[in-house]
Design a binder for this molecule. Structure first.
Ligand SMILES: [Zn+2]
Length: 195
Protein backbone atom coordinates (compact mmCIF):
# COMPACT_ATOMS: atom_id res chain seq x y z
CA UNK A 1 0.00 0.00 0.00
CA UNK A 2 2.62 2.53 1.05
CA UNK A 3 4.75 1.57 -1.96
CA UNK A 4 2.15 3.13 -4.24
CA UNK A 5 2.37 6.47 -2.46
CA UNK A 6 6.17 6.34 -2.18
CA UNK A 7 6.37 5.67 -5.91
CA UNK A 8 4.05 8.60 -6.65
CA UNK A 9 6.03 10.90 -4.40
CA UNK A 10 9.34 9.94 -5.95
CA UNK A 11 8.07 10.47 -9.51
CA UNK A 12 6.28 13.74 -8.72
CA UNK A 13 8.73 16.00 -10.60
CA UNK A 14 8.13 13.94 -13.75
CA UNK A 15 4.41 14.65 -13.59
CA UNK A 16 4.78 18.41 -13.41
CA UNK A 17 4.07 20.49 -16.48
CA UNK A 18 6.62 23.01 -17.63
CA UNK A 19 4.39 25.80 -16.34
CA UNK A 20 4.16 24.19 -12.92
CA UNK A 21 7.92 23.78 -12.73
CA UNK A 22 8.36 27.45 -13.52
CA UNK A 23 5.75 28.37 -10.91
CA UNK A 24 7.48 26.27 -8.26
CA UNK A 25 10.84 27.82 -9.08
CA UNK A 26 9.25 31.25 -8.55
CA UNK A 27 7.53 30.13 -5.36
CA UNK A 28 10.59 28.47 -3.84
CA UNK A 29 11.39 31.55 -1.77
CA UNK A 30 7.92 32.44 -0.52
CA UNK A 31 4.16 32.31 -0.86
CA UNK A 32 1.29 34.77 -0.87
CA UNK A 33 -1.81 32.61 -1.29
CA UNK A 34 -5.07 34.50 -1.94
CA UNK A 35 -7.20 31.74 -0.39
CA UNK A 36 -7.34 30.01 2.98
CA UNK A 37 -9.20 26.73 3.35
CA UNK A 38 -10.42 25.06 6.54
CA UNK A 39 -11.90 21.66 5.93
CA UNK A 40 -12.37 18.26 7.55
CA UNK A 41 -9.59 15.65 7.76
CA UNK A 42 -11.93 13.18 6.04
CA UNK A 43 -10.18 11.06 3.39
CA UNK A 44 -13.02 11.61 0.92
CA UNK A 45 -12.23 15.29 0.54
CA UNK A 46 -9.38 15.95 -1.89
CA UNK A 47 -8.94 19.74 -1.93
CA UNK A 48 -6.47 19.43 -4.80
CA UNK A 49 -9.09 17.74 -6.95
CA UNK A 50 -12.11 19.65 -5.69
CA UNK A 51 -10.69 23.15 -6.11
CA UNK A 52 -7.84 22.42 -8.53
CA UNK A 53 -5.69 25.14 -6.98
CA UNK A 54 -2.42 26.22 -8.54
CA UNK A 55 0.76 25.95 -6.49
CA UNK A 56 0.90 28.81 -4.01
CA UNK A 57 -2.82 29.55 -4.21
CA UNK A 58 -4.34 27.75 -1.25
CA UNK A 59 -3.27 27.88 2.43
CA UNK A 60 -4.87 24.89 4.16
CA UNK A 61 -5.82 23.82 7.68
CA UNK A 62 -7.60 20.53 8.30
CA UNK A 63 -9.03 19.03 11.45
CA UNK A 64 -11.81 16.61 12.25
CA UNK A 65 -15.11 18.39 11.71
CA UNK A 66 -13.62 21.59 10.18
CA UNK A 67 -13.74 23.22 13.59
CA UNK A 68 -12.88 26.80 14.42
CA UNK A 69 -12.82 26.91 18.23
CA UNK A 70 -14.53 29.78 20.05
CA UNK A 71 -11.83 32.41 20.40
CA UNK A 72 -11.74 32.07 24.21
CA UNK A 73 -11.05 28.33 23.83
CA UNK A 74 -8.35 29.01 21.23
CA UNK A 75 -6.62 31.49 23.54
CA UNK A 76 -6.27 28.75 26.15
CA UNK A 77 -5.65 25.64 24.06
CA UNK A 78 -3.88 26.83 20.89
CA UNK A 79 -5.29 24.30 18.46
CA UNK A 80 -3.46 25.97 15.60
CA UNK A 81 -6.55 27.52 14.01
CA UNK A 82 -5.90 30.96 15.49
CA UNK A 83 -2.28 30.91 14.33
CA UNK A 84 -3.36 29.69 10.90
CA UNK A 85 -5.83 32.58 10.48
CA UNK A 86 -3.47 35.19 11.86
CA UNK A 87 -0.56 34.04 9.71
CA UNK A 88 -2.63 33.37 6.60
CA UNK A 89 -4.58 36.62 6.57
CA UNK A 90 -2.07 38.77 8.45
CA UNK A 91 1.35 37.77 7.13
CA UNK A 92 0.55 36.02 3.86
CA UNK A 93 -2.27 38.35 2.87
CA UNK A 94 -5.02 35.84 2.04
CA UNK A 95 -8.28 37.65 1.33
CA UNK A 96 -10.73 34.74 1.33
CA UNK A 97 -11.45 31.97 3.82
CA UNK A 98 -13.33 28.94 2.51
CA UNK A 99 -14.85 26.62 5.12
CA UNK A 100 -15.88 23.27 3.67
CA UNK A 101 -17.88 20.74 5.65
CA UNK A 102 -19.27 17.54 4.19
CA UNK A 103 -22.04 14.97 4.37
CA UNK A 104 -21.56 11.85 6.53
CA UNK A 105 -19.04 13.68 8.73
CA UNK A 106 -17.77 11.38 11.49
CA UNK A 107 -16.94 14.32 13.76
CA UNK A 108 -20.46 15.72 13.46
CA UNK A 109 -21.89 12.27 14.21
CA UNK A 110 -19.67 12.28 17.30
CA UNK A 111 -20.97 15.71 18.29
CA UNK A 112 -24.56 14.46 18.02
CA UNK A 113 -23.93 11.19 19.84
CA UNK A 114 -20.86 11.61 22.03
CA UNK A 115 -19.13 8.34 22.98
CA UNK A 116 -19.80 7.05 26.48
CA UNK A 117 -16.16 6.65 27.43
CA UNK A 118 -14.48 9.81 28.59
CA UNK A 119 -10.81 8.83 28.30
CA UNK A 120 -8.68 9.64 25.31
CA UNK A 121 -8.29 12.53 22.95
CA UNK A 122 -11.37 11.86 20.81
CA UNK A 123 -14.02 12.22 23.55
CA UNK A 124 -12.27 15.36 24.78
CA UNK A 125 -12.20 16.75 21.24
CA UNK A 126 -15.87 16.01 20.67
CA UNK A 127 -16.82 18.24 23.58
CA UNK A 128 -15.97 21.15 21.30
CA UNK A 129 -19.12 20.25 19.35
CA UNK A 130 -21.32 21.02 22.32
CA UNK A 131 -22.62 24.20 20.69
CA UNK A 132 -23.61 22.41 17.47
CA UNK A 133 -25.46 19.81 19.53
CA UNK A 134 -27.21 22.43 21.64
CA UNK A 135 -28.46 24.36 18.61
CA UNK A 136 -29.76 21.16 17.07
CA UNK A 137 -31.31 19.64 20.16
CA UNK A 138 -34.77 21.10 19.54
CA UNK A 139 -34.94 20.02 15.91
CA UNK A 140 -33.41 16.59 16.26
CA UNK A 141 -36.30 14.50 17.65
CA UNK A 142 -38.43 15.16 14.55
CA UNK A 143 -35.69 14.11 12.12
CA UNK A 144 -34.58 10.69 10.88
CA UNK A 145 -31.01 9.66 11.78
CA UNK A 146 -29.82 10.55 8.26
CA UNK A 147 -31.52 13.95 8.37
CA UNK A 148 -29.99 14.55 11.78
CA UNK A 149 -26.48 14.12 10.41
CA UNK A 150 -27.16 16.36 7.39
CA UNK A 151 -28.73 19.05 9.56
CA UNK A 152 -25.83 18.62 12.01
CA UNK A 153 -23.32 19.15 9.21
CA UNK A 154 -25.09 22.32 8.01
CA UNK A 155 -25.42 23.72 11.52
CA UNK A 156 -21.82 22.88 12.31
CA UNK A 157 -20.54 24.78 9.26
CA UNK A 158 -22.60 27.85 10.14
CA UNK A 159 -21.40 27.74 13.76
CA UNK A 160 -17.82 27.96 12.45
CA UNK A 161 -18.70 30.98 10.29
CA UNK A 162 -20.03 32.82 13.31
CA UNK A 163 -17.00 31.90 15.40
CA UNK A 164 -14.40 32.89 12.85
CA UNK A 165 -15.81 36.42 12.81
CA UNK A 166 -14.64 36.73 16.43
CA UNK A 167 -11.00 36.44 15.35
CA UNK A 168 -9.73 40.05 15.04
CA UNK A 169 -7.58 39.42 11.96
CA UNK A 170 -10.65 38.51 9.90
CA UNK A 171 -12.24 41.91 10.39
CA UNK A 172 -8.95 43.84 10.34
CA UNK A 173 -7.95 42.39 6.97
CA UNK A 174 -11.44 42.36 5.49
CA UNK A 175 -11.34 38.61 4.83
CA UNK A 176 -14.37 37.29 2.93
CA UNK A 177 -15.92 34.10 4.31
CA UNK A 178 -17.32 31.33 2.10
CA UNK A 179 -19.15 28.42 3.75
CA UNK A 180 -19.68 25.41 1.51
CA UNK A 181 -21.16 21.96 1.97
CA UNK A 182 -19.61 19.15 -0.05
CA UNK A 183 -21.95 16.26 -0.83
CA UNK A 184 -19.79 13.16 -0.93
CA UNK A 185 -22.26 10.98 -2.84
CA UNK A 186 -22.49 13.29 -5.87
CA UNK A 187 -19.48 15.57 -5.52
CA UNK A 188 -21.84 18.55 -5.52
CA UNK A 189 -20.83 21.66 -3.59
CA UNK A 190 -23.62 23.66 -2.02
CA UNK A 191 -22.97 27.27 -1.03
CA UNK A 192 -24.42 27.85 2.46
CA UNK A 193 -23.22 31.34 3.18
CA UNK A 194 -20.92 34.00 1.70
CA UNK A 195 -20.01 37.13 3.60
ZN1 LIG B 1 -15.75 15.20 8.52
Amino acid sequence: MIEKLRQRASTFPERLTRGEKEALARLAKGQSPPFMLITCSDSRILPGRLLEPDFGELFVFRNMGNIIPPIEVEKKHHTGVGAFLEYGAGKLGAKHLIIIGHTDCGAVKGFLNPPRESNGFVPAYLRIGEETRRILSEKLPSLSPEEQVLEGVRTNILVQVRRVLEYPVIKEKGVRIHAWLYHIDSGRVEVLEER
